[in-house]
Design a protein around this ligand. Structure first.
Ligand SMILES: [Zn+2]
Ligand SMILES: [Zn+2]
Length: 286
């Protein structure tokens, strides 16, 4: 339960581990981003910059390990992007560990505010948005500028297009694509509220509760998504892939698979990928 799983969602690598109330860390190596640090797996140490969604321990518990291991290995100090409401708490946590560890634990903090894009280079921006949880929480949309051929040139041969470009004509147009969105902990209302959540090529969404074991009302009260609410909103979601995370530990991986196979409508089934350890391939007899 504490080893990251690697999967491919709409061509994008997702390396992550996420269980409700235990720990969540989400790495998107192709996009160069890492969200939350509920635990610090070896693969996450290389990320200098970490975007935090909120202050719950299952999302921040690994920060001291991340910071200390980078210092130990003489890697550049980490940069932690944190929601404005939690800056004081994050600073206090690291100050406490500096006292205990009798070391500097160098790190810098960047304040994240909804709608204020953070440029991370290579044409990639991370745009925070408000999620809906028991404590102030931000989600993040990873946006890239792509160029595509002008619509009137689609269907022309390569030679024709090369000739037009050589003649100095504009042949393509720039547009922003939301490559991925991660909502942190949230209720399903974030789907209606945030266009980036609906349009992201890869949506990484929590689905803490999956059936009658916990009611929709209770899911909302605790600030989480219930599968019923996701199913209701299937038509709003334009995503190529939806990675479901943060399942309650009430469900075993096998139960999560079984419930999703039974309950998801066809419009979601083909593009939903549950973040789960690989299925056991059988017992090894000695
Ligand atoms: Zn959580
Ligand atoms: Zn939480």
């Amino acid at each position: 339960m504490d080893q990251p799983v690697e999967l491919i969602a709409a061509g994008t690598r997702v390396r992550a581990v996420s269980w409700a109330g235990v720990h969540t860390v989400i790495e998107l190596p192709d996009l160069g981003v890492c969200f939350d640090m509920g635990i610090c797996p070896e693969s996450a140490i290389r990320h200098r910059r970490v975007f935090f969604t909120h202050g719950h321990v299952d999302h921040v518990g690994g920060i001291a390990h991340h910071c200390a291991t980078r210092a130990l290995r003489k890697l550049p100090p980490p940069e932690y992007v944190v929601p404005e409401d939690h800056l004081v708490g994050f600073e206090a946590v690291l100050s406490g560990f500096r006292l205990l560890d009798r070391s500097d634990l160098p790190a810098t903090f960047v304040v994240a505010r909804p709608g204020e894009a953070i440029d991370i280079g290579k044409g990639t921006r991370v745009v925070p948005f408000r999620a809906i949880h028991r404590v102030p929480t931000l989600g993040y949309a990873v946006t890239r500028t792509r160029r595509s051929l002008l619509p009137e040139l689609v269907g022309k041969s390569n030679d024709e297009i090369v000739a037009l470009r050589r003649a100095g004509l504009v042949i393509d147009v720039a547009h922003d694509v939301v490559e991925a969105a991660f909502c942190g902990d949230t209720t399903a209302g974030v789907i209606e509220r945030e266009a980036a959540v609906r349009s992201a090529r890869v949506l990484i969404l929590e689905a803490t509760f999956l059936d009658d074991l916990v009611s929709v009302r209770r899911a909302r009260e605790t600030g989480h998504v219930h599968l019923d609410e996701l199913i209701e909103r299937a038509d709003l979601l334009q995503n190529e892939a939806i990675v479901l995370t943060h399942f309650s530990m009430r469900y075993s991986p096998a139960e999560v698979r079984e419930i999703l196979a039974r309950r998801l409508p066809a419009s979601l089934r083909d593009r939903v990928i549950p973040l789960l350890p690989a299925e056991p391939t059988g017992r090894t007899l000695r």
